[in-house]
Design a protein around this ligand. Structure first.
Ligand SMILES: Nc1ncnc2c1ncn2[C@@H]1O[C@H](COP(=O)(O)OP(=O)(O)OP(=O)(O)O)[C@@H](O)[C@H]1O
Ligand SMILES: [Mg+2]
Length: 461
């Protein structure tokens, strides 16, 4: 499982754009394309790309405009410009303005692939450096959010940019990706940090109570309303309200929420007195709200009001690079909480975690690490401590998922991986007894011992 690397291709010429997209897709990148400058800017504002390949001449904007916009909203993104034959001057101008590189038409696809992969290398180095620097200084701005993958770095950058503003933020991502963590970090690192942070899980409150929970009510407004009660919006005044699972908000409350957000004031149910609100709104969803808008299940106007600044948290399986950092973070945290000496994890066990698909994302990883620490007596988590469900998800299956990359593979190392998997499995079945494992593998014990040494396999059993 590799990192998802997002590349935006901008070219008004349909066939050129499609060819570029096809080529880069075949190189394993996730491609989005745009035919106009305006479309491109919209995509740049709403998504996070690692690399942008843009034609220098577009009907509505120039590649330089795009470059400037990218530098403003997403400076970590590398831009590669494509110039026509004989327009060396504009290429030079683009480079001076901060483009990573340029390539000239007709495009040499091999050259393009090399330039894109170099841009990514530079970015990776830079993001590891930023991560290490932050770690050395011991003062992350968002120090409880771990991640050094390019996608997470783009997210940190966006968070730093918006933390001091009041703009509405919509955090999206699968369950367990850290949406609430991000919402809290935005609040507690911003100017409202000494004011309330009120979280409302829209799906956890019965629909009949939700209106009064959010907006409050006065005495007698409905049966059971025995006294005046402020809603969560009032409670969050001057602070932040976090509307979790916003996609589950019923349509009639969506209309009321929209009014409150537009008018910056709220009326309690049963009252016509308004209360002025100064609240930052952060909402979160694991549903595809844009699709819900298309299906008529979510109001489009409300969507735009909530989604001024989108933050998308990619699933953990798409940011394999973060697994190692998250694992050490949780190991340290859990051992500290349990009052145990620090523990570590073996290379093979970590590899198994890196190969797993993590449907429950970071939450699942955190829970697993807690469980492994509780169940082991040693200070090193080994492959043996990793539940078979997780190993089964990769070692025995994934190695046979044979894919031939366009850049070729390293056959010897691929075969070593397969060999390692079988040896580890055999050792497990044999409860670590090498003679029995060797018999299972149809080789003699000496050969097995030699292989274990060469492949640097941990003790299993
Ligand atoms: N990048 C991260 N660094 C450290 N801890 C993280 C990170 N992402 C998530 N976590 C931890 O994982 C757990 C789940 O995160 P959180 O509750 O924010 O997820 P969520 O996206 O709101 O999930 P759900 O959709 O299920 O509500 C929390 O304990 C959180 O602290
Ligand atoms: Mg949540």
């Amino acid at each position: 499982m590799n990192e998802t690397i997002k590349v935006l291709v901008i070219d008004d010429d349909d066939s050129g754009r499609e060819a570029l997209a096809l080529l880069l897709r075949s190189a394993g990148y996730e491609i989005t394309s745009a035919a106009t400058g305006l479309d491109a800017i919209d995509l740049i504002d709403h998504d996070q790309f690692q690399v942008i390949v843009s034609d220098l001449f577009l009907p509505d904007k120039s590649g330089l405009d795009i470059l400037q916009h990218v530098q403003k909203v997403s400076p970590a993104t590398e831009v590669i410009v494509v110039t026509g034959h004989g327009s060396a001057q504009s290429a030079v101008r683009a480079m001076k303005a901060g483009a990573y590189d340029y390539i000239t038409k007709p495009i040499d696809f091999d050259e393009l692939k090399i330039v894109v992969s170099k841009a990514l290398d530079k970015q990776k180095l830079l993001s590891e450096n930023i991560y290490l620097r932050r770690q050395l200084q011991g003062r992350f701005e968002f120090n409880n959010i771990i991640g050094s993958s390019p996608a997470m770095n783009l997210m940190f950058e966006r968070m730093s940019r918006i933390v001091k503003t009041d703009s509405a933020v919509l955090v999206s991502g699968e369950s367990g990706t850290g949406k609430e963590l991000v919402a809290r970090a935005l609040h507690y690192n911003g100017p409202r940090k000494d004011r309330p942070f009120i979280a409302v899980n829209c799906s956890a409150i019965p629909e009949t109570l939700l209106e009064s929970e959010l907006f409050g009510h006065v005495r007698g407004a409905f049966t059971g309303a025995i006294k005046d009660k402020p809603g969560r919006f009032e409670a969050a005044n001057h602070g932040t309200i976090f509307l979790d699972e916003i996609g589950t908000l019923p349509l009639h409350l969506q209309a009321k929420l929209l009014r409150v957000l537009q008018e910056h004031e709220v009326e309690r149910v049963g009252s016509n007195k308004t209360v002025k609100l100064h609240v930052r709104v952060i909402s979160a969803t694991n549903a595809d709200l844009e699709n819900m808008v298309k299906q008529g299940e979510f109001r489009e106007d409300l969507f735009y009001r909530l989604n001024v600044i989108p933050i998308h948290l990619p699933p953990l399986r798409d940011r394999q690079q973060d697994i190692m950092h998250l694992t050490s973070f949780f190991l340290e945290k859990q051992c500290r909480l349990m009052g145990r000496p620090p523990c570590s994890i073996s290379k093979q066990a970590l590899e198994a975690l890196e190969q797993y698909s993590w449907p429950g994302n970071v939450r699942e990883l955190e829970n697993l690490i807690e469980r492994m620490i509780v169940l082991t007596d040693t200070s090193i988590i080994s492959l043996d401590d990793v539940p078979s469900k997780i190993i089964g998800d990769n070692k025995s299956g994934a190695v046979f998922n044979i894919k031939m990359s366009n850049d070729g593979i390293d056959l010897v190392s691929e075969i070593s991986k397969i060999e390692t998997s079988f040896i580890v499995e055999a050792l497990k079945s044999a409860k670590g007894v090498k003679a029995r494992a060797a018999a299972l593998l149809g080789i003699n014990r000496t050969t097995l011992v030699e292989k274990i040494k060469r492949l640097k396999i941990d003790a299993v059993g």
